[in-house]
Structure formats: structure tokens, C-alpha cells
Design a protein around this ligand. Structure first.
Ligand SMILES: Nc1nc2c(ncn2[C@@H]2O[C@H](COP(=O)(O)OP(=O)(O)OP(=O)(O)O)[C@@H](O)[C@H]2O)c(=O)[nH]1
Ligand SMILES: [Mg+2]
Length: 704
């Protein structure tokens, strides 16, 4: 098969690469208004013209061809590694017109790799507002590559861009243009030696080999030794040369800018964003507003979701009641209603809340406020040994720890990145939300306090608790982790933009879908398995329960209903699942948990949201009252002394356990992948488990 024509989208962070990618491919790659949204490469297909079908590659944003963080390395690898399967035939540099100088620097480096380049200028609307006028034709002539103005947010200029791409592809083999700056004059003629040893196309590529030869995977050991020797002979100094290169480039770009870019009133009028930031980044008002935003978020999770949640709950109650009446009693009916349907309804109820949470986070990201949150919290973060960049993973950890841990790639400092990864799962993710909601509904009264719902406040308290603990653990770890590296926080604040509501809507729907399918799959499998384990067990014991029941009913026929329930509970106790729960009961008793909660703890080490499915399955195996909701069943649950199981102490203790414990296989897997070690995720798992156990113990002892 012929290799497809590959087009890579590269450029500075937050310049609109993923937006363009989405327009070209029709996919929904994540777009957000802060630097560092994309941290991994993603490919899609696009029909550029009638004859040209291309593969488009979206890449993480990069400031220069000297990568400093893990996400920048992904882009570097694609551009520099000659054996990389995604080596592009054409690079489209997406350059922010309102910030042209720095964008052109990176562009000029790629041009010197002699890969065909097209410059796509975005943010022209913002540049215009700032009073910046760019002479496109002049820029094109002086840079020596095509320049196209586009606005991927509004779908403008895309047809023209496609035409230019098609045209460039046609003339792929035309003679190479001159270098932007000459590597030979920069380094010396000897760079040709490196070019020959490594077999690179250009001297500039050879310079990169000289800088990074120990890390480039496509060089073999012999080549490395030769390169090392050659560099020694010529006294090659990496940082000095890099500094000189950047200066030379800026010198030339400065000249080009002078000729092609006119800035009205360089004394600059205050942009709207800057005026807004006077308030939003104010040392006092900024923090007050941040707090208000957070309170609003948690309150709305309860307020807005209440009605839709009730509808879903009743719908499922109605459906399973209907099936209960319709189907003849049998083993299969039991499996269907108490296994499958109970499992699905257990999670479907939480769709409204998940959607609200993700909608809110997307609005924060899209508007540009998220970047301000990192700015506002930088001081706090630094005081515990992290930096402002760590906030982004922590906040996206509220949605899910898996992408959040990947987002830590943007942190340059190794130690800070490691600690951020270590503490991110302490942030309460959306999978905990179902557990929190159910338990809060059970043990916290539905009252208002001042203007706020008490339940919403407790929910916020749990999120806050996770966050505070993340800070404490980070501080402790900053003493333990022995990596020394200088650290600084540099983050561009993007201009505010109104969120694109379509994007918000799509994200909400997509996330709900993912939640239902991904979580749904695990929950279904585990619920089914659990249903089997809860319905079967060692025969003798269960036979005895039945016999005892028959005798008791004969003695007191009027108490048949109570006796039936007792018999079912005893049967559950003697099922395989019951035996497992009973086995760990001594360990969890000091936390206020009974054997049924024990079963839920075991199953939810696969994923936390399984808790709800487990409870649904256990209580329906026992109760078999299809029209009751899970919450009602749990509320009615009694222990052996006839007291309610879910008291305030048990509820709080269980909540705390779920705040701290790392019950998620996907998180474990992603930490292993990102840190390339087993040790780190294992340490993480253990410290979180100990933290959970200790805190639950304390809470239960205090409240009971
Ligand atoms: N005003 C304006 N906004 C734009 C334009 N192009 C993109 N945006 C917005 O810019 C923001 C960043 O867009 P992304 O596509 O995520 O940028 P990216 O280059 O992929 O960013 P990283 O993945 O972080 O490197 C989003 O809020 C877009 O809606 C444009 O031409 N004009
Ligand atoms: Mg992106």
C-alpha cells in the first residue's frame, strides 16, 4: 500500500492547531483556551482536493525546536526522528498573528529542516483589535513560504488553505530553498561530518543530532560513539550554540517584522482581557471570585441535576417493575432484572451530574479562566513544592485522573511533574461523584444553611478535602523526592473568549457517552459476576438456611414476610460474595463497615463507580423489590441489631475512604505508562490506601 501524504500541524501552544485539525478532519479533538491542551499526537483523514487524500497529524504546542517538556518531545520526535512513522511530507505551521515574532522563530527552525512549510496565520481578528496589521504578501516573499490567513474557530479561509496545500504537494520536488540561517556559519564547516555519520538531509538537522545524539532512538551505538568523538574534537558547546542560533533567528525575524507588520499606537490601548484581568487577577477580589465560581459549581451539581436524576430513577423503577410483572418467574428473569437492569440504572442516574460537571469545566477552559486559576494559585502551589502548571492537571483531575496525569507532561521540572502525578488521583474525579451523591443523600439531611444546600456544601467539602490532602502530600514528597532541578513558572495568559456553546454541548454529550459505555462495561461485567457470586455458594450451608426457614414459617406463618427477608439475607451471607465480604469484615469493622460494604470495597478497586452497581446488585438479590430505588433500599438497610447500617459515622467514614483510596485500574495503568515504572504506581497505590484507612478509622471513631 502507498504511504499516505502526511501533513503535520505544529506551532506555539494555544495557536489553534487542534481547532484546525477538527475543521479538516471532522473529528472532535479537545480544544481549549489555554496553552498545553494537546499533549499527545492524534491523526485523522482529510480530502484536500479531488486527487489528494491526506493524513493530518495534530501535535502538542511547541515554542521552539529545543523541547523542554514531555509534550514538546512528542512533536520533536515526529519532526526529527527520521524513522518515525509520522514524519510529515508537509508541515503547516499555525502561527498566532497577534504574537507573530515568537511564532516565526519556531517556523524558521522547521524551514531549515527543509521540510515543505506553509504558514497558516490564526487569531487575525485579535491582531486587528490590537491594532496589528500584517502585509501577507510581503511576509510570504520574505519568509519564502506560502502564508494563508485562516480562522478555524469560524471556519474561515479553509478552502484557500486546502488549495495552497494541494499546490505545494504538487511541487513537492521543486529545488530546495535557501536556509533561513546557515548552520555552517553558526557551528563551523565540520557539522558536515555529523551530517555524514548520522545520514541527515541538512546541516541544521545535523546540529540537532549533535545536541541530542544520546536521546535520538534512530542512531545506533557506533554512530553515537563517532558523533561523541567528533564533538569532542571540535569543542562543541550545546547551550552556547543554541543561544546564538536563537539570537541570529530573532535578528532576522525582527527585520522581517519591521517590513511587514505595522502596529498602530505601540503605546497600546488596554485590551478588554487586560481590563477584566485587573479584577479577576486582583490579589483579593481574584481569589474571592475564584471561591464563588467553585461554590457555584458544586451547588449546581445538586440544584440542576435534581430533577433529571429523579426522572431517570423513576423511569428505571417503572421499567424494571414492568418487566417484573410481565416475565414469568425464572432464573433468567432474576438475572435480567437484578443483575443487568439494576447495574445499568445504578449508573444511568448519574448522567445529568456528569454532564453538568464536564460542561462547567469546559466553560472554564474555553473562556480562558482556567489559565487564570493557575496564575492565582501559583504562590500556593510553590509553597508546597509544585508550580502553577500543576494546577491544570489537578483541576482536570476533577473530571478524570487519566487525562489529568497525561496533562502533567507540560510540566518541565521532573520533580514537580512526578509529584503532580503522585497527588493528582487525590482530586475527586467524576467516578466518585455517584458514590458521594448516594452516601450524602443517605446520611446528610436535605436542609439549607444560609442560602446553600447542606448537601452541596458537604460535596464541596469532600472535593476540598482531596485538594488539601494533595497539597499536604506534595509538601511531604518534596522532601523525599531527590531530583534537583531549577524551576520557574512561565505561562501565557490567553485572551478571554466566549466559550463556543457547540463545543460545550458536544463535550457534555461525548463525556456522558464515554461514562456510560466505559464505566457501563466494567459495571455490567462486575455486576453480572457479582450477581452470580451473590446468588450461589457452598450448597450445604444454603440448604440449611432453607430448611430452617421452612420450619420457622410453619411455626409462625403470619411472620412469613419478615422471615423471607431474613432467609434471603442469610443466603446472601453464605454466598461466595458474602463469604468474601465476611472474610475482610474484621479488617474494616473499625471503620464502621459491614460485610456488604466490604464486598463493594473489593469490587470498586476496579473502578469506583462500581460501588453503586455493587450496592444495587446486593440489595436487589436480597430485597427483590423492583419498584424501590437504590437509595430507598439502602436507607432501609438494618444491621444484625436492627439498627440502620448507614449512620452518620459510617456514611462519613465511607465517604472519606472514597476521597483518598486509589480505586481505579486505569489510573494505575496510566501512571505506569507515563513514569515508565512499576514502582511509582505501586507506591502511589499503597500511600493512598493507608491514608484512606487511617482517615476513615479516625472519622468513624470520632463520630460514633
Ligand atoms: N479569536 C480566535 N480564536 C481562535 C482562532 N483559532 C482558534 N481560536 C481559539 O483558540 C483557542 C485555542 O485553540 P486550540 O485549537 O485548542 O489551540 P492548540 O494550538 O491546539 O493549543 P494546544 O493544544 O494547547 O497547543 C480556542 O479557544 C479556540 O477557539 C482564531 O482564528 N481566532
Ligand atoms: Mg491542541
Amino acid at each position: 500500500m502507498q504511504r499516505p501524504y502526511k501533513i503535520a500541524l505544529v506551532g506555539n501552544p494555544n495557536s489553534g492547531k487542534s481547532s484546525l485539525f477538527n475543521v479538516l478532519t471532522g473529528l472532535h479533538q479537545k480544544v481549549g483556551n489555554f496553552p498545553g491542551v494537546t499533549v499527545d499526537k492524534k491523526t485523522g483523514k482529510c480530502h484536500i482536493s479531488e486527487t489528494l487524500a491526506a493524513e493530518i497529524i495534530d501535535l502538542p504546542g511547541t515554542y521552539s525546536l529545543y523541547p523542554k517538556s514531555e509534550d514538546e518531545k512528542v512533536t520533536y520526535e515526529v519532526l526529527i526522528n527520521q524513522n518515525n512513522e509520522d514524519q510529515p511530507d508537509l508541515v503547516v505551521v499555525i502561527a498566532d498573528a497577534s504574537n507573530l515574532k515568537r511564532n516565526l522563530l519556531f517556523c524558521s527552525q522547521i524551514m531549515d529542516l527543509k521540510i515543505p512549510v506553509i504558514i497558516a496565520l490564526t487569531m487575525n481578528d485579535i491582531a486587528r483589535k490590537k491594532g496589528i496589521n500584517i502585509d501577507l504578501e510581503g511576509l510570504e516573499r520574505r519568509m519564502g513560504v506560502p502564508v494563508v490567513a485562516i480562522n478555524p474557530r469560524k471556519n474561515k479561509g479553509i478552502t484557500h488553505l486546502k488549495k495552497v496545500i494541494a499546490n505545494t504537494a504538487l511541487h513537492q520536488n521543486s529545488p530546495l530553498r535557501d536556509s533561513f540561517i546557515s548552520s555552517e556559519t553558526l557551528v563551523g564547516k565540520w557539522i558536515g561530518e555529523i551530517k555524514d555519520i548520522a545520514g541527515t538531509n541538512t546541516n541544521y538537522h545535523a546540529l540537532h543530532v549533535a545536541c541530542n545524539y544520546m536521546e535520538l532512538s534512530y542512531l545506533n551505538a557506533a554512530q553515537r560513539i563517532q558523533i561523541g568523538a567528533s564533538l569532542d574534537i571540535h569543542g562543541f558547546q550545546k547551550t552556547k550554540i543554541q543561544g546564538e542560533e536563537i539570537m541570529k533567528r530573532y535578528e532576522k525575524i525582527g527585520g522581517i517584522m519591521k517590513q511587514c507588520v505595522v502596529e498602530e499606537s505601540p503605546l497600546q490601548k488596554l485590551m478588554r482581557s487586560e481590563r477584566v484581568d485587573k479584577v479577576l487577577l486582583h490579589p483579593i477580589w481574584g481569589n474571592v471570585l475564584l471561591l464563588i465560581v467553585l461554590v457555584l459549581l458544586f451547588q449546581s451539581i445538586f440544584w440542576l441535576a435534581e430533577y433529571p436524576m429523579n426522572w431517570v430513577e423513576h423511569l428505571f423503577g417503572f421499567v424494571s417493575n414492568g418487566f417484573d410483572k410481565m416475565l414469568p418467574d425464572s432464573f433468567l428473569k432474576d438475572l435480567f432484572i437484578n443483575g443487568i437492569l439494576a447495574g445499568i440504572s445504578g449508573i444511568a442516574v448519574f448522567i445529568p451530574q456528569i454532564m453538568i460537571l464536564f460542561g462547567f469545566i469546559t466553560i472554564l477552559e474555553d473562556s480562558g479562566y482556567m489559565a487564570r486559576i493557575s496564575f492565582l494559585t501559583d504562590r500556593l502551589m510553590r509553597s508546597v513544592g509544585l508550580n502553577g502548571r500543576s494546577v491544570m492537571p489537578l483541576i482536570s483531575g476533577m473530571a478524570c485522573a487519566v487525562p489529568a496525569i497525561m496533562a502533567a507532561r507540560t510540566i518541565q521540572n521532573k520533580k514537580e511533574r512526578l509529584i503532580t502525578i503522585m497527588v493528582t488521583p487525590l482530586m475527586s474525579c467524576s467516578a466518585r461523584l455517584p458514590v458521594y451523591t448516594i452516601l450524602i443523600g443517605l446520611v446528610i439531611p436535605d436542609k439549607s444553611f444560609l442560602f446553600f444546600k447542606l448537601q452541596g456544601l458537604v460535596l464541596m467539602g469532600l472535593y476540598l478535602l482531596g485538594f488539601v490532602m494533595a497539597l499536604i502530600v506534595a509538601k511531604v514528597m518534596s522532601f523525599v523526592v531527590k531530583i534537583k532541578e531549577k524551576t520557574y513558572f512561565l505561562m501565557e495568559l490567553p485572551v478571554y473568549r466566549s466559550p463556543r456553546w457547540k463545543n460545550v454541548g458536544i463535550t457534555m454529550i461525548e463525556k456522558a457517552k464515554i461514562f456510560v459505555t466505559d464505566a457501563g462495561k466494567i459495571i455490567m461485567i462486575i455486576s453480572l459476576l457479582l450477581w452470580v457470586l451473590a446468588s450461589f455458594g457452598p450448597l450445604e450451608k444454603r440448604k440449611k438456611v432453607k430448611e430452617d426457614f421452612a420450619v420457622a414459617v410453619q411455626k409462625n406463618p403470619e411472620q412469613k414476610a419478615t422471615l423471607t427477608r431474613k432467609m434471603k439475607t442469610e443466603k446472601l451471607e453464605h454466598s461466595f460474595a458474602g463469604i468474601a465480604g465476611k472474610t475482610i469484615e474484621p479488617v474494616i469493622k473499625p471503620l464502621g463497615f459491614d460485610w456488604k460494604i466490604g464486598i463493594a470495597l473489593i469490587t470498586s478497586f476496579a473502578a469506583r463507580e462500581v460501588f453503586v452497581g455493587t450496592m444495587a446488585t446486593l440489595y436487589s438479590v436480597e430485597e427483590n423489590q423492583a419498584d424501590l430505588t437504590l437509595r430507598e433500599k439502602m436507607k432501609m438497610a438494618k444491621n444484625e441489631y436492627g439498627k440502620p447500617v448507614y449512620t452518620l459515622a459510617t456514611g462519613l467514614s465511607l465517604l472519606i475512604f472514597y476521597v483518598f483510596a486509589m480505586q481505579c485500574m486505569s489510573t494505575f495503568a496510566i501512571v505506569k505508562r507515563e513514569t515508565r515504572s512499576w514502582k511509582i504506581p505501586l507506591i502511589q497505590f499503597m500511600y493512598m490506601l493507608l491514608l484512606a484507612y487511617g482517615s476513615s478509622f479516625l472519622v468513624y471513631q470520632i463520630f460514633s
